[in-house]
Design a protein around this ligand. Structure first.
Ligand code: MTE
Ligand code: MO
Length: 246
């Protein structure tokens, strides 16, 4: 698949970007690097990867399960959500509601696949929150759908497991920590602006996680799994920090 041929982005670049965005840590690492020309050496990369993993653990420790991401009034929603993916909107997967099946694997009691109708039948909630992309833009949108925690309970997921993983129809993949999966604002968004989620925004659903950066919100999800194994992700494997909380 040509889409997946993306140049590896060194971790240094993403850390510089994080500092640019005024985010935590890595200032020391940057000071260490500035003025010397060693930033693409393997040792520096592995030191920074180690620090990023350490940063993940610190962020996970500090994450408050009850703290809510800011919400906004209807009037704050501007028309038109902003599309993003690692390919143009015309190439977005077109999943057909009739043959779509959400596959389940890993530490889950009932692994029978789910249809779109079954997802729609769960009680839905709406949220007006800000989607923040690491590239430096954001928008306020209204998303609706079942709480992910409700879904995880229904399928008999092991809620004491560490991670939930996602595979998407476009080859994208990702994972989140269990506290974030169970957070009250983490939903399976089946609607955007009160309409069925448009195809390019992730039909049949996007896991909407307002406590995380945009790239941690997978669209066109086809498989969900629950695991204790080392998590990964499409952008994380290209250098972005795994936890990436807001
Ligand atoms: N399957 C899949 N999900 C994805 C992506 C992607 O390329 N593929 N891109 C992520 C990124 S970087 C962003 S900013 C958001 C954009 O979501 P939106 O198009 O609904 O605004 O989707 C995220 N989820
Ligand atoms: Mo993004």
């Amino acid at each position: 698949m040509t889409r997946l041929k993306i140049e590896r982005q060194p971790l240094v670049t993403s850390i510089e970007r994080r500092v640019f965005l005024g985010r935590t840590l890595s200032v020391g690492a940057l000071a260490l690097l500035s003025g010397c020309d060693i930033s693409d050496q393997d040792e520096v990369q592995s030191l920074l990867k180690f620090m990023s993993r350490w940063n993940d653990r610190a962020q996970a420790f500090l994450f408050n399960r009850q703290r809510l991401a800011p919400t906004y009034p209807e009037s704050a929603v501007l028309p038109g959500a902003r599309y993003n993916a690692y390919f143009p909107a015309e190439e977005a997967p077109k999943l057909d509601a009739a043959d779509y099946r959400l596959e389940l694997s890993g530490l889950i009691g009932d692994k029978r696949p789910w249809t779109v109708d079954q997802i729609h039948a769960l009680a839905q909630e709406s949220q007006i929150t800000r989607h923040v992309c690491v590239e430096g833009w954001s928008y306020i949108g209204k998303w609706s759908g079942p709480r992910f925690s409700e879904f995880l309970q229904r399928i008999g997921a092991d809620l004491t497991a560490k991670y939930v993983g996602f595979q998407c129809a476009d080859g994208y993949y990702g994972s989140i920590d269990m506290p974030t999966a169970l957070h009250p604002q983490t939903i399976m968004a089946v609607k955007l602006a009160d309409e069925i989620l448009p195809q390019q925004f992730g039909f049949p659903f996007k896991v909407r996680i307002p406590t995380k950066l945009g790239f941690k919100n997978p669209k066109w999800v086809t498989t969900i799994w629950v695991t204790n194994r080392e998590p990964s992700g499409f952008w994380e494997d290209r250098g972005y920090n795994w936890f990436s909380g807001l």
